[in-house]
Every structure is written in C-alpha cells, then in structure tokens.
Ligand binder design. Structure first.
Ligand code: FES
Length: 104
C-alpha cells in the first residue's frame, strides 16, 4: 500500500528503510526513500510507522537482551575431513552392507 502518493513510496519501502537501521525519524525515512517535498499528507503516517517500529524494536531488544551482532557462518567441513569416529555408527553399517538391527 502506498504511504506517499506524491513520491510513490510504499509501506514496504518505509519498513525496508527502518529495518536497515538508518532511519530513526520520519525525516530520515523521507531522505532514505528519496522523497521530494510534496503535499505533506503522508508525514503523519510516516511518523506513526516510525513510532510503531521503534516501539517494536525496543520491545524485542528488551525481551531478547538487546540486539545481537551478526556473526559469520563457519565454512562447512568437507566430508573427507570429518573424523571417522564422528560419523554415526548407522552410516558405517550401511557402507559395509550389513542389515540394520531389527526389533526383537
Ligand atoms: S503523499 Fe507524501 S508528499 Fe504527498
């Protein structure tokens, strides 16, 4: 849904700007979305969206203990580098062709 008809800015555009962390005010959102001065009827709606987003972010931080920094995901280990003792016993039985255990 459009938030600003004059600049064709949608709710997704505004939420995207706020989620990037660069926008803490309606003025920041307007600048980040590249909005030019227009009729101004969207300003109240953008203020409300920023306020809702900040409240939600603060609540999430309070519940989770604060924002967590992004961490790099380690490179996956190649299968040939995995020690044999780390492989599940079922995998070794399957390679040798042994029948899986049956229920008694
Ligand atoms: S609706 Fe945003 S400036 Fe007109």
């Amino acid at each position: 849904m459009y938030v600003c008809i004059c600049n064709a800015v949608t709710e997704d555009d505004v939420y995207g700007c706020m989620a990037s962390g660069a926008c803490n005010s309606a003025k920041d959102v307007k600048a980040a979305c590249g909005m030019k001065p227009g009729c101004g009827s969207c300003t109240k709606r953008i203020h409300a969206m920023v306020s809702e987003f900040r409240t939600a972010s603060e609540l999430a931080d309070a519940l989770t203990g604060g924002p967590h920094p992004l961490t790099a995901v380690p490179e996956p280990t190649a299968p040939e580098q995995i020690p044999a003792e780390a492989i599940a016993p079922e995998s070794e039985r399957d390679r040798k062709g042994a029948a899986p255990p049956t229920a008694a």
